[in-house]
Design a protein around this ligand. Structure first.
Ligand code: HAM
Length: 436
């Protein structure tokens, strides 16, 4: 009878699954390091207030929160961004610029479970602090693309939808909308893809009917898919702020194109991001087939460090989630399957041979070679079977006769070739055999 199950949406990692997870983390870590990012870590449990109002209503509703024994209101972290802002904010005066940091950590959100979404998941977060210009966006979008390509994914597999909350605000302002109205429109844009026209209902309850002409112009920006059509839509406005922003867009896309990454990026003003703190360019990564939920999301958030009570510090960042990403790798046949195999299996005659084998066993393990041996005395036949089943490349056989001669037999388990080696030479012989 089953006893205790995991809580809904929580995950257990059996060794093969953990090997795959470790593979993701290793490649992300290597990629971040090649881009000059430094790794940090922080607590899993945080004051609830860190997320209240800072992350926005969607995340606030999804918090795993409770009151601890000291009467503090706490929450399991649903994301890293407010935490990393605190870390950087605390030491901003002494940190060397540009501040380029990354982390790989687990997060918790009480979400409705669906394909690629759980209640606990890992994210690879990367953020740049202290840069106001599009150089930070360039660095992060390039890192995001490389963090996916490093697994063998390419342009036909995924793309980045690039959008801009500033351009939306400038555009809506040019159309005569004040800030509260513009914010409500952005809320509708965020939901439009999922629920269509219904997305505007909240705006209409708050501010009354949305004029047909205005709605048409909003939908026009929403459906833009290229730089050329974006420029064409903006040109008739003759608005300085809008034109300045279009200049930034061109520089950002120019940078990414020069890096050979232009083909990954699509202009798509339909993305505005639900999190409350984003202030400028925002972006999300999706699989090209459109079968999976977002792989990654991020953007500029210039006010969050200041909102936490520190000196203002501009910032841009993103996070890739492990769940959708693992699904994509599996779909494309790019998730390696791991054979948990030793390098060498020791086959032991009896107690005296076991004692004769122990020095080499220990020396090999100490030099990083993975060695297995039967913990209990076993018949030779069973040991050979175990050696083959283990997937080891070599067996070392400590038979009575060999040990009496001061030797052991080294057998290649694939070619079945065997040779006798002096016990004193075994460690070196195995090292060079494994290198070959
Ligand atoms: P986010 O869009 O909420 O952004 O999450 C980023 C990614 O984490 C998503 O694209 C998805 O892959 C994964 N993710 C989110 N929720 C879940 C879930 N319930 N189950 C599985 N995976 C999930 C942020 O978290 C921002 N803090 C990113 C950021 C960093 N912005 C600036 N710096």
């Amino acid at each position: 009878m089953p006893t205790f199950q995991t809580l809904p949406g929580f995950r257990e990692f059996y060794p093969d699954a953990l090997a795959q997870r470790n593979h993701l983390f290793k490649v992300w870590r290597q990629t971040a390091v090649t881009f000059g990012f430094q790794e940090y870590d922080a607590p899993v449990l945080e004051p609830l207030d860190l997320y209240r109002t800072k992350s926005g209503p969607e995340i606030e509703q999804q918090l795993f929160s409770f009151t601890d024994k000291g009467g503090r209101e706490v929450a399991l972290r649903p994301e890293m961004t407010p935490t990393v802002c605190r870390l950087v904010g605390e030491q901003a005066a002494t940190l060397k610029r540009p501040i380029k940091w990354f982390s790989i950590a687990e997060f918790y959100r009480y979400e409705r479970m669906q394909k690629g979404r759980g209640r606990c998941f890992f994210q690879f977060n990367a953020d740049v602090f202290g840069e106001t210009g599009i150089e930070a966006e360039t660095e992060l979008i390039a890192l995001l693309i490389q963090a996916l390509c490093a697994f063998g994914l390419a342009e036909p597999d995924f793309y980045i939808r690039l959008s801009d909350r500033n351009l939306w605000f400038y555009y809506l302002e040019a159309l005569g909308l004040d800030e509260p109205r513009a914010r409500a429109i952005l809320g509708a844009v965020d939901k439009f893809e999922k629920i269509g026209d219904k997305a505007f209902e909240e705006y209409q309850t708050q501010f009354g009917a949305l004029e047909a002409v205005l709605k048409e112009r909003i939908l026009a920006l929403l459906s833009i898919k290229s730089m050329a059509s974006l420029e064409a839509l903006m040109a008739p406005l003759h608005n300085e702020k809008v034109q300045g922003r279009i200049g930034e867009w061109k520089r950002l896309i120019g940078n990414l194109t020069a890096m050979g990454l232009g083909g990954f990026v699509e202009v798509d003003l339909g993305v505005v991001r639900g999190l409350a703190y984003y202030t400028g360019f925002v972006f999300e990564a999706f699989d090209r087939k459109g079968e999976l939920r977002a792989l990654a999301g991020g953007g500029r958030y210039d006010n969050l460090v200041g909102k936490l009570g520190y000196s203002e510090l501009p910032a841009v960042g993103f996070a890739i989630g492990d769940m959708t990403f693992a699904l994509l790798l599996e779909q494309r046949g790019l998730m390696p399957s791991y054979v948990n195999a030793p390098d060498v299996y020791f086959v032991l005659g009896g107690e005296a041979e076991r004692m004769a084998a122990f020095p080499a066993l220990q020396a090999l393990r100490a030099s990083g070679i993975r060695v297995e041996y039967p913990m209990r005395p076993l018949a030779f036949g069973k040991q050979f079977k175990a050696a083959t089943e283990s997937g080891a490349r070599f067996a070392v056989i400590y038979g009575q006769d060999e040990v009496a001669r001061g030797t052991a037999k080294l057998r290649d388990l694939q070619s079945r070739e065997e040779r006798e080696i002096g016990l004193g030479d075994l460690v070196d012989a195995l090292r060079s055999a494994l290198r070959a």
